[in-house]
Design a protein around this ligand. Sequence first.
Ligand code: CP
Ligand code: NVA
Length: 313
Amino acid sequence: MKRDIIEVTDLKEAEIRFLLSRAFAIKKNPKKYSKSLSGKILAMIFHKPSTRTRVSFEAGMLQLGGEAINLTSSELQLSRGEAIKDTAKTLSGYVDAIMIRTTKDEDIFELAKWADIPVINGLSKSFHPCQALSDIFTVCEAKGLDEAGVLDFDFSTLKIVFVGDANNVSRSLLNLSTILNFKFGIAGPEEFKFSDEEILRAQEKNKNVYYSKDVNDCFFKDADFVYTDVWTSMGDEAQEEKRKRMFEKYQINEKLLSKFEKNVFVMHCLPARRGQEITDEVIDGKNSIIFEQAHNRMHFQKALLHWLLTDGK
Ligand code: CP
Ligand code: NVA
């Protein structure tokens, strides 16, 4: 049966551990997998701009011996009103999987419903599963884990703090924390936080989920990783000026880093607005694993593509 990855919750804990382990294996020995997707084709549909997702998926497919076709929405009949259902049924006869970046979550649900092939969410309004999953691979790497170690690693020993907006990236990290059980704190202005219901639902699965509007809250002080993302996501531009004002005190800068008890790793999914949510000093500084994160998108997604297109063999 085909599998869709619309959110991290489409995967079970054991599957995520397997994928993380496979990502270590592929990164260490890419040659071993260089023909593993020979003859396979990934279609990539972009309704929004992308640098990392676009290039990491395409390069990943090529490195596995497969191919990728990049389709911007304006080139497709979708832009002239063709039904997603018809697009899904048509593409299912040409390619082996579809990766889509879109505005509305509903579009991905509809595509996955009608496609006979795996559909991967390359970012939607509410979710960015490939980002969160790749980021946990980066977290594991930073902690010195390897192909074997990740299979039984106790994630509850880790604390990740997200400082910023309740957006697609932080939601996928939050959801991932409910599967792997790492401690997850979120600091941001009340107006842009997850709803109480969403936090409560997460806390039912992971008691170490925590929100505070105060970035100096003591829950955050012993974090191992501090993560941020833009204050204004694609599609939220109308609120940009307001967001800049409201998020001002949530910037990741040297002063904030000095408040953490441990030598915390700094993460950002990119693209960053240097000087807004994060300073140049921090992005380029010694605590930053931000470009490792960007590069690991490809290694993790190679593991995901390999698994989806070969039944994990
Ligand atoms: N992090 C991420 O998804 O980057 P792009 O928007 O460049 O794909
Ligand atoms: N939250 C950001 C992530 C970009 C990769 C956005 O949706 O624009």
